[in-house]
Design a binder for this molecule. Structure first.
Ligand code: NAD
Length: 430
């Protein structure tokens, strides 16, 4: 057992006998896929209707409520053992809650380097929590043991200020992803969901140059095996693209099932001030004047509310098994300056002017998801409009942050990975 701090909310059954045998054999054989051949039997279990029927029976025997289908792939997650890596994060904590609601037995592994225990406080009694570092391969192996599904969100990550100033830390994500995918394959998990990013797309498609700009990024435009399709956004984007490639390689050679979800600028309750939207909310609440915006302010983004992201992750994992990438994001495009003005309007802050600071990191000029594939393969699109999501986010932020403390620490925060402890005035809930 690795040295991990473990909190157990409820007892979890181990894997089935055959699965446990498979895992033991897989460890002995290390990288030999043969001992996990029982996992091969699951390949394509959403394929033909005959296969569906056979596997429905198999799931029923395993005790899953296969036939009680509802939104967000809940039928598949009921009674399943599910690992959420990075589950104490902003997105991970919302996902863990949704999986619990779907009837899953959830384990979270997180080293709390940017995740917060407060994020999972409301569900700590219902989950198994391991505080451990996934850069250690033994942690990955122990946490994947006995799991049916793995949602892999653990990542060394922050807002633009962090990722542009910490490249040596960001590349350690290559090790984290490699450890998790290998452990998932050895454990014979049914499916892996990898939280990839829009940063995997070539930056050349996202500049102000109209001859190369792509208004909506579609999945085939980022592909390490196609010429001109791999020029990701910095070390963070490259690591995500390589993570996608690694997951695909496990599918090709070992039949591991999964999906890479390219998330587009997520926002909502529990996000921290290092990200643009929360930074705007914080600036509006501390009445910053002039109101500062990083870069030209003319950058386009499509901000996606966290509940839509969670729904997209769960649906994609239900419906996609070939480890291909899919965008999870809205096609509602908002300019950064308009996002700032919307926030100020809702908060009731009227700065004398908006100051666009070109010396600060701007990110790409334009970034928005093509939603065609997500509509086709998932039969789904995000539901929360930008203004509605911002209102919910402001409600959460103003009830959970200490504005006086925020005013003192604000500048430093923008380059960090997480909020300083003193800022959180109460347990964070949404
Ligand atoms: N927030 C966004 O807009 C966005 C956009 C695209 C992709 N993503 C991806 O979604 C995922 C979740 O992001 P988020 O914004 O909720 O917060 P985040 O990026 O801070 O979450 C990462 C989580 O991983 C944990 N972690 C980091 N290193 C670890 C390690 N070595 N071992 C164990 N745990 C570790 C952190 O403590 C944190 O809880 C990340 O993979 C991120 O790259 C987020």
């Amino acid at each position: 057992m690795t040295r991990a701090l473990e909190t157990k909310g409820q007892g979890f059954p181990g894997g089935s006998g055959s699965k446990a045998r498979c895992r033991a054999a897989a460890r002995d054989a290390s990288t030999d896929p043969a001992p996990c051949s029982s996992h091969e039997g699951r390949v394509g279990f959403l394929g033909s209707s005959a296969r569906k029927a056979v596997l429905a029976a198999k799931f029923a025997v395993e005790g899953a409520f296969f036939l009680r289908r509802s939104e967000g792939g809940q039928w598949m997650y009921n009674k399943a053992n599910i690992l959420v890596t990075g589950g104490a994060s902003f997105i991970g904590s919302h996902l863990a809650e949704a999986l619990l609601k779907a009837g899953a037995k959830v384990t979270i592994v997180d080293d709390l380097s940017s995740g917060e225990i407060e994020n999972i406080q409301p569900i700590l009694g219902e989950i198994r929590f391991l505080r451990a570092d996934l850069r250690d391969s033994r942690v990955a192996i122990d946490s994947c043991d006995g799991q049916d599904f793995v949602f892999h969100l653990a990542n060394i990550h922050g807002g633009r200020g962090f990722i542009e100033t910490h490249p040596g830390e960001i590349v350690q994500n290559l090790a984290i992803d490699g450890n998790v995918f290998r452990a998932a394959q050895l454990a014979g998990v049914k499916r892996v969901c990898f939280a990839s990013s829009a940063c995997a797309y070539p930056t050349t498609l996202q500049t102000a140059d109209k001859s190369t700009l792509q208004r909506y990024l579609s999945e085939e435009m980022a592909d390490p095996f196609r010429e001109g399709c791999a020029l990701a956004d910095g070390e963070y984007g490259w690591a995500k693209l390589m993570g996608e490639m690694a997951l695909g390689a496990y599918h090709k050679q070992f039949g591991l099932q999964g999906v890479s979800c390219r998330l587009f600028t997520v926002y909502g309750p529990r996000e921290n001030e290092t990200h643009a939207i929360i930074a705007f909310v914080a600036k509006a609440l501390i009445r910053q004047d002039p109101f500062e915006i990083w870069g030209s302010g003319e950058q386009d983004r499509n901000f996606t509310y966290v509940s839509d992201i969670v729904e997209g992750l769960m649906l994609a994992t239900e419906k996609i098994s070939d480890c291909s990438p899919i965008n999870i994001g809205t096609d509602e495009i908002v300019k950064i300056i308009d996002a700032a003005k919307t926030v100020c309007d809702i908060v009731g802050h009227r700065p004398s002017r908006f100051f666009c600071d070109a010396s600060k990191p701007e990110g790409v000029h334009a970034r928005a998801a093509s939603t065609q594939l997500q509509e086709k393969r998932l039969g789904w699109r995000p539901r929360v409009a930008f203004r509605e999501g911002i209102e919910k986010t402001i409600d959460w932020f103003s009830s959970s942050r200490d504005v006086a403390a925020l005013r003192e620490n604000f500048e430093q925060l923008l380059f960090e990975r997480k909020a300083s402890p003193g800022l959180v005035s109460s347990l964070v809930s949404s």
